[in-house]
Design a protein around this ligand. Structure first.
Ligand SMILES: Nc1ncnc2c1ncn2[C@@H]1O[C@H](COP(=O)(O)OP(=O)(O)OP(=O)(O)O)[C@@H](O)[C@H]1O
Length: 318
C-alpha cells in the first residue's frame, strides 16, 4: 500500500461498526444499531436541555458539576462507603457526561470495583448521591434498579455469561426479553453482533469453550443486544494479550463515536486510558485524588500522580 492510500484510511473509530458484518445480516444489524444510536443521541439532548434549564435557574449545584457543559449522565457526589471500620471511599465525586468516556484509575484495592458496584446498585453508598442514567438511584427499589440496568449495563472481567447456554443464546437473551422481535431477526442480530465484536461464528459454543478475551467480547455483544446508553467495563484488558487489548480498545472507542455510548472503564492500563478517556478519576486513599483529563494528569506536579505515572512507565516502557 502506498503512503497516499494509507493517508486516505479513516481513523479507527470511524471504521463502521458493521464493517465486518456479513452482507446477509448487515441490513438488520445496521437498523438495530441505528435505533440504539438515535435513542442515545435523543437521551443526551434531553439531558443537555434539562441541565440548561437548571443552569438558567441557577440551581446546577456544585462547582465541579458546573464545570461540565452538559448535565452528567452518571455521577458520584460526595460518596462514602465503608465495610465495617474499613473506609474504602471517603467523599468521592466525579462525573461522566452523555457520550463521554471516564476511566477510573488507581492502585489495587482503592475501590475502583466498589465504585462500579455502587453505580450498578449492587452496593449501597453510606452517604452521598449517585446519579445513573440522569437519575438519583439512592431511593430506588430493586425493581426500579433493574430498569436502570437496562440502560446502564456492565461488562464483567470474566464476562459473567450464563455457563449452561450457548454463546448465541447468551447474546439473544436481552433480545428475547424485549418480546418484540421475530426469531429470524434475533438470529440475524446475534450473528451480526458476534461478527462485530470479533467472535464470528461462535454461536453454538459454550462459554467454557472460549478464552478470557473472547468471553469478554461476547459479554460486550450481549450488552449491546440490550441497546444500552452506557456500558461500565471492569478491567477489560486484564488477562488478554496486547492484540486483544488493542481490539477491545478500538471497539470501545467505536461504540462511543458511532453509538454515542457513555462509558466508564476501570483499568490499570494507562495506554488504554490515554486512548479512550475524555476524563480520568484517580482514586487514592479513599479520595478522588485527581479528576480531569489525561493531559492534565500527565502534566500535574502532584507527587502521588507522578509516582503512579513513573511506575506505569517502568512496567510499560515506551
Ligand atoms: N463486599 C465487600 N465486603 C468487604 N470488603 C470489600 C467488599 N468489596 C470490596 N471490599 C474491599 O474494598 C476494597 C476495595 O476493593 P475493590 O475491589 O473496589 O478494589 P479495586 O480498586 O477494584 O482493586 P483491584 O485493582 O485490585 O481490582 C478492598 O480492600 C476489598 O477487599
Amino acid at each position: 500500500m502506498t503512503d497516499d492510500n494509507e493517508a486516505k484510511l479513516p481513523p479507527d473509530e470511524e471504521v463502521s461498526l458493521t464493517a465486518e458484518v456479513s452482507a446477509d445480516v448487515a441490513p438488520v444489524v445496521e437498523e438495530f444499531m441505528a435505533e440504539a444510536a438515535q435513542a442515545n443521541e435523543e437521551e443526551a439532548e434531553a439531558i443537555a436541555n434539562d441541565s440548561n434549564i437548571e443552569a438558567d435557574a441557577g440551581i446546577a449545584g456544585e462547582e465541579f458539576l458546573n464545570s461540565s457543559q452538559v448535565g452528567p449522565y452518571i455521577s458520584f457526589e460526595h460518596v462514602c462507603k465503608s465495610f465495617g471500620d474499613f473506609v474504602v471511599l471517603e467523599d468521592v465525586s466525579f462525573f461522566v457526561n452523555p457520550g463521554e468516556t471516564l476511566c477510573i484509575l488507581g492502585r489495587s484495592g482503592v475501590g475502583k470495583s466498589v465504585s462500579l458496584q455502587i453505580l450498578m446498585g449492587f452496593l449501597k453508598p453510606d452517604q452521598g448521591t449517585v446519579l445513573v442514567a440522569g437519575q438519583d438511584i439512592s431511593g430506588l427499589s430493586e425493581r426500579e434498579m433493574q430498569e436502570v440496568r437496562r440502560k446502564v449495563t456492565m461488562v464483567f472481567q470474566n464476562g459473567a455469561l450464563f455457563d449452561s447456554i450457548s454463546v448465541g443464546e447468551n447474546v439473544a437473551f436481552p433480545l428475547r426479553e424485549r418480546r418484540t422481535m421475530e426469531e429470524d431477526q434475533i438470529r440475524q442480530v446475534v450473528k451480526g453482533l458476534l461478527e462485530m465484536v470479533g467472535v464470528a461464528g461462535m454461536e453454538d459454543l459454550l462459554p467454557s469453550d472460549l478464552s478470557t478475551g473472547m468471553k469478554r467480547s461476547v459479554a460486550i455483544a450481549r450488552a449491546l443486544a440490550a441497546q444500552p446508553s452506557a456500558v461500565l467495563y471492569d478491567e477489560p484488558t486484564t488477562m488478554v494479550d496486547p492484540l486483544m487489548a488493542h481490539l477491545l480498545g478500538d471497539l470501545i472507542q467505536r461504540l462511543k463515536v458511532q453509538l454515542h455510548l457513555t462509558s466508564i472503564v476501570v483499568t490499570h492500563d494507562m495506554r488504554f486510558a490515554q486512548k479512550l478517556a475524555d476524563r480520568v478519576v484517580f482514586l487514592h486513599e479513599g479520595k478522588a485524588h485527581f479528576f480531569g483529563t489525561m493531559e492534565e494528569m500527565r502534566s500535574s506536579k502532584d507527587p502521588v500522580l507522578q509516582e503512579f505515572l513513573a511506575l506505569d512507565a517502568l512496567i510499560l516502557p515506551n
